[in-house]
Design a protein around this ligand. Sequence first.
Ligand code: SF4
Ligand code: SF4
Length: 439
Amino acid sequence: MAFSLHGVHVPHRKNTANSSAVYVDPPKTVTIPMSMHIGAPAKPCVKVGDLVKVGTLIAQAGGTVSVPMHASVSGKVVKIADYLTSAGSTVPAIVIESDGEMIPDESLTPPVVDSKDSLIEAIKNAGVVGLGGAGFPTHVKLNVDPARIEQLVINCAECEPYVTSDTYTMLTRTEDMKTAIEAFKTYMGIKHIVIGIESNKKAAIKSMMQLMKDTCQGCKVDVKVLPAKYPQGGEKVLIYHTTGKVVPTGKLPIDVGCVVLNCTTLAAIGSYLATGMPLVKKCVTVDGGAVKNPQNVIVPVGMSMADVFEACGGLTCEPSKVIYGGPMMGVTVPDTSAPIMKNTNAILALTAKETKLPATTPCIRCGSCTNTCPFGLAPAEIAKAYDRKDAVKLEELSLNTCMECGCCSFVCPANRPLVQTNKLAKAFLREQKAKEGNK
Ligand code: SF4
Ligand code: SF4
C-alpha cells in the first residue's frame, strides 16, 4: 500500500468556525436508538411509563463490543419501538417525553478510577464511542496491553467541509481533555502524545499547544500542524502524517503502536471522569444553504434533526439533501425526523444548487483518481472489476483498503461515481465471502 500526501483541497466552508455554540431549549421528545455505534445494540432496561432524569441509564451494553445508553432529557419513557437506522438496520429505540426541566440524575457521581481496568470500565459506563464519525466503542479500542501503546494520537484534523464542532471542543473543552490525558498517563502509562491538527485552525492550534504544555509532565508531547488537505483526519492517514508509521492493510493502529482518539471523544471521557455525567449531549454544526441561521448548537442526543433545524431559525427552502456529517463522508437521511446520534458532529441541509453534479461521462483514463487517493488505489480499475463482478481482481486491487473518503469522485473530470462504486463493490465482496463461508 503506497501512502501519499495526496488528498484534495476541498472548499472549507467553515462558516461556523467563529460562532460560539449555543444550548437549545429541550425538545418535546427525544428518540434514542439502541445502536449509535459499531457492535451489538444496547438492551433497554426501562419500560414505558418510567420516569428518568438526564444521565439515567436506560439501556445496558448488549455485549463486549457495545455501550450503554442514557436519558438525555428528564421526563417519561413513552415508547419503545423499532427504529430504522440510516444504515438500513432495525433496532429498538426509546422515546422519552421531556418535562422541559433537564434535571440531572442525582445518583450520578464521578467514577472511582484507580487502575487501567477501572478506567476502561468507566469509559464503557460513560457510553463513549468514537465521536469523529465512526462510532466504535472507545473502551474496546483502549482495552489493549498498555505496553503496546507507543503513541496516543489525538485527532484534531476536522478536515470535512462545513464541520466545526471539534474546533469548539478544542477552543472550550481543554479542561475535559486534560482530565482524560492525565488519567491515560497515570493508569495506562501513556508516554507520548501526538496531536494532528490542520494548519487552517490558528486559534485551535494555540489552544492545543497550551493544553500540551499543561500536560507534558512525564510525557513527550508533539503538536503536528498539518496541511489543510482532505482527508487528513482519516485514521491511517493521520497516523502516517503525525508519526510516519504505515498501518498495513487488514491491520489496526495498535499493530503499529498507535491509538487514535478524536478530540471530542477525549473531552467526553474527561467530562465523565470529572462529573459522572455520561455522553448525553453533543455539539453539532448545523449548516448548508437551506439553513436560515447556520451555527454550532449543543443539543441532547436523540433530538430530531427537524427540531435542531427549527432551533436554528428553520429551513429557508426544501433541502435537496439532508446529511449526517460532512459532505464528503456524510450519510444522507431520508427525512428530518432522524435523531442526533452520539457520533453526529454535523447536520447539513443542502440546496439543489449545492448538490447539483454535472452529468457522468466516459472515463478518459487521466489517472487523477489514483493520483489523489491517499492509499494509491486505482478506483477506475476497481470500477471495471466490479462491472465484471471479478472478486479476485477486486481483492488484488486492495478494495478493502478504501476508506470511502470520496477524493477520487471529487477530482474525476468525468464525474464518475467512484466512491459509490467502491461501496457497492465492498458489499459484493462481503456477499461473496459469506457465500464461500456457507459452502
Ligand atoms: S479520474 Fe475519472 S476519468 Fe480520470 S481515470 Fe479516474 S475514473 Fe477515469
Ligand atoms: S474513496 Fe477510496 S479509492 Fe477513492 S480516494 Fe478515497 S480511499 Fe481512495
